[in-house]
Design a protein around this ligand. Structure first.
Ligand code: GTP
Ligand code: MG
Length: 203
């Protein structure tokens, strides 16, 4: 199914989050991970459009950017979105070993704990670097909150199959998760499988 993406708004405060009148309570998917892991690039790759701003400099995304995804195009586009994407600012950028909550802007934690329509969190981890404590911390947070999450391994295109398999095994072990889906925003590898997970959220 093709979804038509439309940028909604950029939130720097809880008060700015899109309300029910805008989202029609459509399920929301949040993209989380360290700065530069490839959140905005993955969103663009999934949407087939360059809507989210990407940068080689960490810390590009400083607010939560919401995108509404509509079924149908032109006159056949539905009035209400079917899915919402939320592109979040990265963590682990300014200071190295601070806890996620102290590093992160004040509005991220309320977003994660209070956003009722949040249906799935995509936790991005970089397959090109060793397991990071800040990522374990985020994944533990979702386990404890019993909120649905999915871990994806980014920038898989940079590694040979052999090195990628080893990296994924190390990441699964460190973060104590059964599955990490390898993806590449560059080659679109893995994005079809990821869309299958997103479709389940929409049902
Ligand atoms: N080779 C390769 N490079 C990638 C991939 N995804 C992202 N990048 C590169 O990684 C850098 C960061 O990408 P972004 O998508 O801006 O990362 P982000 O997680 O949104 O970063 P912040 O907004 O700073 O938190 C850019 O230079 C991208 O081109 C990928 O799948 N493969
Ligand atoms: Mg970004």
């Amino acid at each position: 199914m093709r979804l038509n993406p439309v940028f909604m708004l950029s939130a720097t405060d809880v008060a700015h989050f899109p309300s029910e009148s805008k989202t029609a309570n459509a399920p929301e998917v949040a993209f989380l991970g360290r700065s530069n892991v490839g959140k905005s690039s993955l969103i663009n790759s999934l949407l087939g459009a360059k809507l989210a701003h990407t940068s080689s400099t960490p810390g590009r995304t400083r607010s939560i950017n919401f995108f509404a995804l509509y079924e149908g195009t032109g006159s056949k586009q539905k009035a209400q979105p079917s899915l919402i994407f939320a592109d979040l600012p990265g963590y682990g950028y300014a200071k190295i070993s601070k806890s996620i909550s102290s590093e992160w802007p004040q509005f991220i934690e309320p977003y994660l704990t209070e956003r009722e329509t949040l249906a799935l969190a995509i936790c991005l981890v970089d397959t090109n670097i060793p397991p990071q404590a800040s990522d374990t911390q985020l994944i533990t947070f979702f386990k404890q909150m019993q909120r649905p999450f999915l871990v994806v391994g980014t920038k898989a295109d940079r590694l040979s199959n052999n090195v990628l398999s080893k990296s994924l095994a190390a990441l699964r072990q460190a973060h104590e998760v059964d599955e990490i889906l390898p993806i590449s925003a560059k080659t679109d590898a893995g994005t079809k499988v990821l869309w299958q997970h997103l479709m389940e959220v929409m049902d």
